[in-house]
Ligand binder design. Structure first.
Ligand code: NAI
Length: 306
C-alpha cells in the first residue's frame, strides 16, 4: 500500500492547538507537510487568548521530527485571515492545504439567544473560514493546486437542540464549500466538508456513553486523505467519528410536475405532497445547473405525457 505523503506541501490548520485540529496538524507533519499551527488560544466559548496551545503543538511536531510554525491570529477578522496565510508564505513560501477547523460554542435556545452570541459564533466559524480561505484561494489559483476542508457539524446539517447560531454557521460552510468547489475546479482546487464526531473539550460533557470510542484520532485519516494530492473528490460532505466514515449529501427528489409553467393551486400541492417528498429516484446535484437540467427533463416528460 503506497503511503499518502505531503512532501513539498504546506498546510494551514486553524484551531490546531488542541482537540481535532491538533491531530490533523500532527498527522500532516508526520506525512511530510510543513504546517502552520494556528490557534488563538483561550476558552471553548472564544474568550481569552494566548500562545500556549499553538506553541505546544508546534513543539510536539518538532519533537516528532516534523516542521511547523505557530500562528496566534484569530481567524475571525480579514486581517487575522490574511496574517495566517502570510505566516505560511513567509515561513514556507506557499499554501497547498487549508483546513478550516477553528471553532467555539455559545449554545442557547433560540428564544434566549442574544445577538452577541450569534455574532461570536458566525465570526469564528463562518466568516473565519472566509477570511482564511480567500487569501489562500488567490495563491492556489496562481499555482494551479489547492485543497480546502471546511468543518461543519451534524448539529447544523441534521439539527440539534439549542444550537441555532452554531447550526446556521456550520450549514453556511456547506454553501461556501460548494461554491468554492465550482470556482476552484478549473484551477486544480478541491473543496470538501467534514462533519466530525469526537471527544474534545467542546463535546466531552455531551457525548455520554459514546465518549470512550470517539477519540479525535479516529477522524484524522479521512481528513488526511481528503486534503491529499491523491484525492480529487470535491463538492462533497463526509461524516467521521469513532472509526466510522460516511458520506452526507443533499439530494433532490424527482418531485411532481404538472406542466412547464403551469398554474398550480395550493390544493393540488396538498394532493401531491407525498409524491413531491418521495425520495425514490433522487439525484445529488453537483451544481445549480443539475437542478435546472432535472426541471427541464421533468417539463419535457410532462409534454410527452400530455
Ligand atoms: P476544540 O475546542 O478542541 O478546538 C477548537 C480550537 O479552535 C481550539 O483550540 C480554539 O482555541 C481554536 N479557536 C477558537 N477560536 C479561534 C479563533 N478565532 N481563531 C483561531 N483559533 C480559534 O474543539 P474541537 O471539537 O476539536 O473542534 C474542532 C472543530 O470541529 C470545530 O469547528 C467544531 O465546531 C467542529 N466540530 C466538532 C465536533 C466534535 O464532536 N468534537 C462535532 C462537530 C463539529
Amino acid at each position: 500500500m503506497s503511503e499518502i505523503r505531503f512532501d513539498g506541501r504546506v498546510a494551514i490548520v486553524t484551531g490546531a492547538g488542541g482537540g481535532l485540529g491538533r491531530t490533523y496538524a500532527l498527522d500532516l507533519a508526520r506525512r511530510g507537510a510543513r504546517v502552520v499551527v494556528n490557534d488563538k488560544g483561550g476558552a471553548a466559548d472564544g474568550t481569552g487568548a494566548g500562545p500556549r496551545m499553538a506553541d505546544s503543538v508546534v513543539k510536539e511536531i518538532g519533537q516528532a521530527g516534523g516542521i511547523a510554525v505557530a500562528s496566534y491570529d484569530s481567524v475571525s477578522t480579514p486581517q487575522g485571515g490574511a496574517a495566517i496565510v502570510k505566516t505560511a508564505v513567509d515561513a514556507f513560501g506557499r499554501v497547498d492545504v487549508v483546513i478550516n477547523n477553528a471553532g467555539i460554542l455559545r449554545d442557547k435556545t433560540f428564544a434566549k439567544l442574544e445577538p452577541e452570541n450569534l455574532d461570536a459564533v458566525l465570526d469564528v466559524h463562518l466568516k473565519g473560514a472566509f477570511f482564511v480561505s480567500q487569501p489562500a484561494f488567490r495563491l492556489m489559483k496562481e499555482q494551479g493546486y489547492g485543497r480546502f476542508l471546511f468543518t461543519a457539524s451534524n448539529a447544523g446539517i441534521f439539527g440539534n437542540f439549542g444550537q441555532t447560531n452554531y447550526g446556521a454557521a456550520k450549514m453556511g460552510l456547506v454553501g461556501l464549500s460548494n461554491v468554492l468547489a465550482l470556482e476552484g475546479a478549473k484551477h486544480g482546487i478541491t473543496s470538501n466538508v467534514l462533519a466530525p464526531m469526537a471527544r474534545t473539550r467542546l463535546t466531552e460533557s455531551l457525548l455520554g456513553a459514546a465518549a470512550a470510542t470517539l477519540e479525535p484520532e479516529c477522524v484524522t485519516p479521512l481528513v488526511a486523505y481528503l486534503v491529499s494530492e491523491e484525492c480529487h473528490l470535491s463538492h462533497e460532505i463526509f461524516s467521521a467519528g469513532g472509526g466510522r466514515f460516511a458520506r452526507i449529501f443533499v439530494g433532490l427528489t424527482p418531485g411532481w410536475t404538472k406542466a412547464a409553467g403551469a398554474k398550480v393551486d395550493a390544493e393540488e400541492v396538498r394532493d401531491h405532497i407525498e409524491q413531491i417528498r418521495d425520495p425514490r429516484g433522487y439525484i445529488v446535484p453537483g451544481s445549480i445547473a443539475d437542478e435546472m437540467k432535472a426541471a427541464l427533463e421533468a417539463f419535457r416528460g410532462q409534454q410527452r405525457a400530455g
